[in-house]
Write a protein that binds this ligand. Sequence first.
Ligand code: AHR
Length: 534
Amino acid sequence: MPHAEPTEPAERTERTGPTEPTERPERLQRTERATRTARFTLDPDFTVGPVDPRLFGSFVEHLGRCVYTGIHEPGHPAADEDGLRTDVLELVRELGVTAVRYPGGNFVSGYRWEDGVGPVEQRPRRLDAAWRSTETNRFGLSEFMAFLRKIGPRAEPVMALNLGTRGIEEAMDLVEYANHPGGTELSDRRIAHGDANPFGIRLWCLGNEMDGTWQTGQKTAAEYGRLAAQAARALRQIDPGLELVVCGSSARDLPTFAAWEATVLEETYEVVDHVSLHAYYEEQDGDRDSFLASAVHMEAFIREVIATCDHVGARLKSPKRLTLSFDEWNVWYQRRPNPHPVEDWQEAPRLLEDVYTVTDAVVLGTLLITLLRHADRIAVACLAQLVNVIAPIMTEPGGPAWRQTVFHPFAQAARHGHGTVLDVRVDAPTYPTPKYGDVPLLHATAVRGEDGTVTVFAVNRDQRAELPLEVALRGLDVSRVVEHTALADADPEARNTLDAPDRVVPHAVEGAGVADGRLRAVLEPMSWNVIRLA
Ligand code: AHR
C-alpha cells in the first residue's frame, strides 16, 4: 500500500507571526531547495488500481436549499420545463459528477417515498423531523431521475432506502416501482405517473447512519445488521444484480466504530457489496496545520474499515472482498452557529450554507487524493453535498449560481482523474501538527489515462514556503508538461461569493518541465496542484 516516507527533518523556513494577506510566497535558496525537495517515482508496473468512475459522486439531500431553490426552482429565469435550474445543471456538468446519492442523509430515515411520486398538486406536505423543516414533496423520485438524465449519461443514481422508520416491505415496494418494467400494481403506477421506462436503479443504500443517536429510528448494530441482511435478501429476490451498500459507522470517532462494522458485517457480509463511510473535517481552534493534515485521519479510517471487512471475511472463510462507499465526505463547519435566521418548520431554510475558503479547497484536494490512493477498494464516493448545503455550488433564489473554492479541485480531479492510479510513495520533509504528529508536506497521487497521459495531483501543506517537487518517470511514455495549475492564494481566507464569484480560481504555473526522465515543479505555499504530462 502507498505510504509516506518522511526524510530527515528539513530546515524550515517559516516566518514567525501571522501571515499577512498580501505576503509573497517564500522563495527558497538553492541549498535549501535540495534538502526540502519532495520526491516520488512513477512506474506503470506499480499501480493501485483502476478508478471506479463513481469515485466522483455527489449527494442531493432534502435538506435546506439543496433541492428547493438549489437544483429545483420553477419560475426562476433559468428554470426548464421540469423546474430544474439550467444554470445549476451546467455547473453540475462542469463539476464532472458521476453519481448522485439521494434523498438523504438523515432526511431519508423518516421519508415515505410514495409522497414524492404522482401528480405534484396531490403530494402531501410533511414534517421533516431530521431537519425540523416542512417538506412540500414538490420534488421526488421522477424529478430526481429527470435531473440525473440532464446531467448526462454518466451520472448514476445512488438511492438511499429508509430503514429508520420503515422496513423491508417499503424497500421492496420502491424497487418494484422504480425498476420493474410493468404489469404489477407498483410498476403500472410509475407508468401512470408518466415514467413509462423503468429507472433501472442499480445502487441502493440500506439506510443512513443507523448508528447515530440523531438518526430517526436509530438501531443497535445487532438490530440493524439483522434488518439490513433481511432487506438485502428480499431486494435480491427481486433483482440479484442490485448493488447494495450497508451502513458503516457515521464517524470514525464514535465509540462504537469498528465494533459496529464487525457486528453488522457478520450478518450482512455475503449479501452486500459495499460498506459506507462518512467523514467531515473542519479547522478547529485556529489549528490550520492539523486541518491541512485531515487526510491522515481519512487514510486511517479507510485502512481500518478495510481491515475490519477483511477480518470478517476471513472469519467467515469467504473469498469475497467488500469494497467501500465513502458516500459522505467534505469539509463542514459543524461547530459554527448558523449566520442565517431560521425558524422551525420553515420550507427550504438556509441550513449548512458554509462559505469555503481557499484553505478548505486545499484540504478538499488532500481528501480527493486520499480517495484516489485507495482506488483499489473504494467503489463509490460522494461529496456531501451538491448545491447550497456544504456544497461546491451556491445559488440565490431568483438569482445567479456560482462556484465555491472547493468546486475547482473536485472538477479538476473528476476531469483528469479517470484511468489507473499509480502507486505513489512520497519521500518528503515533514511538519509538526498538534493532532497528527509529523506529517509529510506533500500529499500526492497520479493517474494514468487510457491514452497514456499522466496527471499528478499534489498538495503542498506548507502554509508559508514553496515545496520543490521531483518525480522520476520510469517506463512512462511522457516527455512534456501539458499544464501545471495551482489553486492557492496569499490570503488563506480568500473565498468566492455572490459579489466576487471568481475570486479564487486555478491559475497557470510556469516553470514545470520534464528533463532526464524527471518531472520538476515548484508547488506554491498551501496549494492544490494539477500537473498534466503527455
Ligand atoms: O450531509 C449532512 C448530514 O450529515 C447528512 O444528512 C447525514 O447523513 C450526516 O450526518
